[in-house]
Design a protein around this ligand. Structure first.
Ligand code: PMP
Length: 444
């Protein structure tokens, strides 16, 4: 398999020869929060795949739901108005649980497609309401909004911009709230004030509110290093956008579906976004699917405008019935104890990781629920990041792997945690203990 992989399978991200140098690791099976390598060795998946297998692996009821749907109706095109029961029911169930008036659900293939969809629909929305000049988009440094052409431009991680001209001239960024490294210090109110000021200044710099279509924020910035803004930050930014007639998009691709505790982190932040994107936990990674939630205001405007100014946007697999059937079953699991277990396990994870705070390499432990990070530094007082050597992250990943733990090691010396919500206390404790061993080894 390793030889065939080298010869034929192109892996995403960064250098296409990287995995050849490092060697691919083949996972052959998995159950609960445990994955097994080709030799049958168990490892705890502390990252739920790529922040997605929230329900854990090997859930028979999910497999059954997919199989049943495949037998009954494996495909129906939403393209010319053919609905499937599973997609319709999932949309209705989600709308019922979504914050406020996010009552309309557009199903996509994943998160990047969801972000692209928001851009298409927002431009259309602004045109239909007679404001086509509102065509500028603002997102945040360290933000991640996908790897598609448009999404990669909203993403603010430089490697996603490399070699194709992103971000495009209508895509702008403001600094991240990043409490650990914010130039204004660590005071919540000061950080929020600085972000509000930065957004106002950026809006003015691109031509004023009459030019700005939308602002994108993750409740917690995931791929940028699990950066948790202060409580009240999302609400303050959301309110400013409302005051400036700028649509507020909450990108909940990672935070949605129990990752931080509730079904949607926006609820915790006490906001109703104008649009919200989800993916990952929607189907718990068993099959691909994402979604865009549209508020009544946005949906009613584009729906009314469709007769005289239709917009072509959609793909073959939009609202796929098998993905939707999986989504329905996963939603049932969340409400049948998985969210509760995730909350309990998340509190234990945060407590355990906080216990590593006195380790000489640990600059900061942060997170919410089952979404956490440990930021490593070489000098705690100066907050000096680990050397940005290309293989630093890989070495940490390898050490964790050897300890029987899969975690994400970001290039800047940040360890990321997003375990399945089904983790037992023992598994959470093992994640923390194995991390301690990795840190000790990294110190040597
Ligand atoms: N938005 C956010 C916040 C994400 O974390 C991701 C994926 N990590 C995406 C969008 C893109 O989702 P996908 O990889 O499913 O296309």
């Amino acid at each position: 398999l390793v030889a065939l992989d080298r010869a034929h399978l192109v892996h995403p991200v960064a250098s296409y020869r990287q995995h050849e140098r490092n060697g691919v690791r083949v996972i052959t099976s998995a159950k609960g929060a445990t994955v097994f390598d080709a030799a049958g060795r168990p490892l705890i998946d502390g990252f739920a795949g790529l922040w997605c297998v929230n329900a854990g692996y090997g859930h028979e009821s999910i497999v059954e739901a997919a199989a049943r749907q495949m037998r009954e109706l494996p495909y129906a095109t939403a393209y010319f108005g053919l609905g499937s029961e599973s997609a319709i029911r999932l949309a209705a169930e989600l709308a019922e649980r979504a914050p406020g008036d996010l009552n309309h659900v557009y199903f996509t293939l994943g998160g990047s497609d969801a972000v692209d969809t928001t851009v298409r629909l927002i431009r259309y929305y602004q045109t239909v309401r007679g404001k086509p000049e509102k065509d500028q988009f603002i997102s945040i440094e360290q933000g991640y909004h996908g790897s598609s052409t448009v999404g990669a431009g909203l993403t603010a991680i430089p490697i996603f911009h490399a070699h194709f001209g992103a971000p495009f001239d209508w895509q702008h960024k403001i600094p991240s709230a990043y409490p650990y490294r914010n130039p204004v210090g660590t005071d919540d109110a000061a950080i929020i004030a600085a972000s509000l000021q930065a957004l106002k200044a950026k809006v003015e710099a691109v031509g004023g509110p009459e030019r700005v279509a939308a602002f994108y924020a993750e409740p917690i910035q995931g791929s940028g290093g699990v950066i948790v803004p202060p409580r009240g930050w999302m609400k303050a930014m959301r309110d400013l956008c409302a005051a400036l007639d700028i649509l507020f998009v909450a990108d909940e691709v990672i935070t949605g579906f129990g990752r931080t505790g509730p079904l949607f982190a926006s609820t915790e932040d006490d906001i109703v976004p104008d649009l919200m994107t989800v993916a990952k936990g929607l189907t718990s990674g068993y099959v691909p699917m994402g979604a865009v939630f549209l508020s009544d205001k946005v949906y009613d405007t584009i729906a009314d405008g469709a007769g005289n100014a239709a917009v072509g946007h959609g793909t073959t697999y939009s609202a796929h019935p098998v993905s939707a059937a999986v989504g329905l079953e996963v939603l049932r699991l969340y409400e049948d104890g998985l969210l509760d277990n995730g909350r309990r396990a998340g509190a234990r994870l945060m407590k355990g990781l906080n216990g590593l705070g006195d380790h000489p390499l640990v600059g900061e432990v942060r997170g919410r629920g089952m979404l956490a990070a440990v930021e490593l530094v070489t000098d705690k007082a100066a907050k000096t990041p680990l050397p940005a050597a290309a293989d630093t992250a890989r070495r940490i990943f390898d050490r964790a792997w050897n300890q029987g733990l899969v975690i994400r090691a970001f290039g800047n010396g940040i360890l990321g945690y997003a375990p399945p919500l089904c983790c037992t206390d023992e598994e959470i404790d093992a994640i923390v203990e194995r991390t301690r061993l990795v840190l000790d080894e990294t110190l040597d």
